[in-house]
Write a protein that binds this ligand. Structure first.
Ligand code: SF4
Length: 387
């Protein structure tokens, strides 16, 4: 296979990796009449929209994770790049305007340390030999050592390592040869330790990278409670920017080929709950779980909270603290700021005022008081149905 053919093969196989804010389906870019690579419209951690190439340096892997298309022994067409070869190919695509950013991962060959070295060599050539200044998301390999983690943090805008499962017991059902604590959690802990103890001007462009992880959803019988317990800990203790939940899809010729795919609505509810934990000041104990320790699918977690705690004791919009406002469905962090500003020069007495401030009034109204009055009647008058 020539280099373009290998890149097409590797980039087309990365659709299952969720580790980025992707704002659209990938678009196909022709490299020749028969060869196309996939490029994603993605948001960087700083909110910039870019065209992102997601690819592997190699799809050869010595591990045998039960869900993975690249697992060892599976009959699969593989491809591998050498670091310099890949870096030079990518810089051509970057200079041609096809890809503005790069997400680079790899299958494991020769152990985590050796594979990480190849990813680091690639990043180093891109940054220091070819002058690449664009966005770089670099994967940490299971088993990478601390110096390698530091080097990755000095080269990348974002680093990540996939936890795959919420705890060691669940991981053993998915990837029996991956060490949950020593191979995966340890590098994530080093990232946070380095961010806390070393000056941030050692990082790429004077700041440390953001860090994210990904869990496979629905393949190991894990509950939402287990996933969110781990997510909450990752947000609070290791300051992860995001935990991605990748819905399991059965892959032919793997041990889980007959396992049912994960429910997309479950993924949505988990994201909603994780944002409440990360951005809205919720604790795990504020969330409602069923007897099976899963979130109810029929109601979003914030509305479930409000039904339980706010319907009988609504929040007075003119007096509530920012934390209380954030608990009301239909009011987000931006809405809270706008409400606080508006309160400095006016009293809020009407839903139309809130609507102008960006509040989703049909969701918020059942849990609010406007100047001591419930606004439900205003909502009915406006022909809107309360949630
Ligand atoms: S180590 Fe990574 S690439 Fe290899 S089988 Fe496991 S998930 Fe797949």
């Amino acid at each position: 296979m020539d280099a373009f053919e290998r890149l097409c093969l590797l980039s087309n196989e990365m659709a299952w990796e969720a580790d980025e804010e992707l704002s659209s389906c990938p678009s196909s870019h022709p490299l020749s009449p028969e060869r196309h690579i996939l490029v994603y419209q993605a948001k960087t951690p700083r909110g910039k929209s870019i065209r992102l190439l997601k690819t592997l340096l190699s799809s050869a892997c010595e591990r045998d994770c039960y869900y993975c298309p690249f697992r060892a022994g599976r009959n699969h067409r593989r491809a591998t790049f050498r670091p310099e070869e890949f870096a030079r190919l990518f810089i051509q695509l970057h200079q041609a305007g096809i890809a503005e950013g790069l997400f680079l991962s790899s299958g494991l060959a020769g152990g985590g340390v050796r594979t990480q070295d190849k990813l680091l060599d690639t990043a180093d050539i891109l940054r220091n030999k070819l002058g690449y200044r664009g966005y770089l998301h670099l994967k940490l390999m299971p088993g990478a050592d601390k110096d390698q983690v530091l080097r990755a943090m000095q080269l990348a805008d974002r680093v990540s390592i996939n936890l795959e499962a919420p705890n060691a017991e669940r991981l053993s059902q998915l990837a029996p040869h991956k060490g949950f604590f020593d191979e995966i959690l340890q590098p994530l802990q080093w990232v946070e330790q380095l961010r806390r103890t070393q000056p941030s001007n050692q990082g790429w462009q004077g700041r440390w990278p953001s860090v994210v992880t990904q869990l496979v959803l629905g393949a190991a019988g894990e509950s939402d409670l287990e996933i969110l317990q781990t997510s909450e800990w990752l947000f609070r203790s290791l300051r992860l920017s995001r935990t991605y939940y990748s819905p399991f899809q059965p892959v032919p010729d793997t041990p889980l080929e007959n396992h049912p795919p994960a429910d997309r609505l479950r993924q949505r509810r988990l994201y909603q709950a994780s944002f409440l934990l990360r951005d809205y000041g919720f604790r795990l104990s504020d969330l409602t779980f069923g007897n099976d320790s899963n979130l109810p699918l029929g109601i979003d977690p914030k509305t479930a909270y409000a039904d339980r705690y706010l319907r009988e004791t609504p929040v007075e919009i003119n007096r509530a603290t920012p934390q209380q406002l954030l608990r009301v469905p239909g009011i987000g962090p931006q809405g809270v700021q706008r409400i606080l500003q508006a309160r400095q020069h006016t009293r809020l007495t009407d839903l139309s005022q809130l609507k102008k401030l960006g509040v989703q009034t049909h969701r918020a109204a059942p849990y609010l008081l406007l100047n001591g009055r419930r606004p439900i009647r205003q909502l009915r008058f406006a022909g809107m149905t309360p949630a």
